[in-house]
Design a protein around this ligand. Structure first.
Ligand code: HEC
Ligand code: HEC
Length: 201
């Protein structure tokens, strides 16, 4: 049974999604290449103001590498990555739109989330990250580079979901980089790693 407030939230999310779908399908949106701010405004209904998400359902985009953002938009459009809330958002975006949106969100300043890390899990996650050499690709502090995403300060539930999706091969657009490093992670490892990384700024 859903509680009343949970049901309200589900409806609100659905209404926002529907509004975003309708706006994105307007011809003026696909034509107005210059107006990146107007397009980005739609994205922020889920991804938060300036791409700083305030809920674990949606990843923050602020300060992410532009190259990575572009590649994800391209992959959603090509169906190589899929999500029922995100996939419809790229349907009318051209490659130019995707580059412009990627540059726009990469240029926004990331704001710290209100995540309260568990110090024991943070330490366990730091050790696991050293053991698996995560930072060989993501760089120290998980700040990312080019096509490798910044994960520092990302929403905790989102990090957990992505690591599970890679491990369970529900997300496979990573050229094997993440599916291979995550295949032996336990749920506890994933929680520890996510505590550590979400706590980084
Ligand atoms: C209705 C809500 C919603 C809207 C509106 C929306 N997104 Fe998303 N977006 C999501 C969700 C949910 C995910 C995470 C999917 C998953 O779990 O894999 C996502 C993921 C992404 C990602 C991948 C991020 C990462 O770290 O891998 C990018 C990039 C992105 N969205 C960009 C956009 C852009 C640009 C727009 C506007 C054109 C937009 N989104 C509009 C819900 C939304
Ligand atoms: C061999 C290089 C490499 C290593 C090692 C690596 N990653 Fe990644 N990681 C990537 C790449 C590349 C992507 C983006 C994949 C894509 O384009 O979909 C990624 C994506 C991710 C994402 C998804 C981010 C998002 O915004 O959706 C998370 C979370 C992540 N890595 C965490 C980790 C952790 C934790 C470790 C160590 C256990 C690790 N990575 C080790 C290359 C690597």
């Amino acid at each position: 049974m859903m509680t009343r407030s949970k049901r309200k939230r589900v409806w609100l999310v659905y209404a926002l999604w529907l509004a975003a779908c309708l706006l994105l399908s307007l011809p003026s949106f696909s034509r107005a290449a210059g107006d990146v701010a107007a397009k980005a405004a739609i994205c922020t209904t889920c991804h938060g103001l300036g791409g700083n998400s305030t809920t674990g359902d949606y990843p923050s985009l602020a300060g992410q590498t532009s190259r990575y953002l572009y590649l994800q938009l391209r992959d959603f459009k090509a169906g190589r990555r899929s999500d029922p809330r995100m996939s419809p958002m790229v349907e009318n975006l051209t490659p130019d739109d995707m580059h412009a949106l990627a540059d726009y969100f990469a240029a926004q300043k990331p704001i710290a989330t209100d995540f309260k890390a568990d110090p024991v899990k943070v330490e366990a996650g730091r050790k696991k990250s050293e053991e698996i050499l995560c930072t060989m690709c993501h760089l120290g502090g998980f700040t990312g580079q080019n096509e490798i995403p910044r994960v520092a300060g990302q929403q905790y539930p989102y990090i957990v979901k992505q690591l599970q999706d890679f491990r369970d091969r529900k997300r496979t657009n990573d050229a094997g980089n993440m599916t291979s490093v995550s295949k032996n992670l336990t749920d506890a490892d994933i929680q520890n790693l996510a505590n550590y990384i979400a706590n980084l700024q």
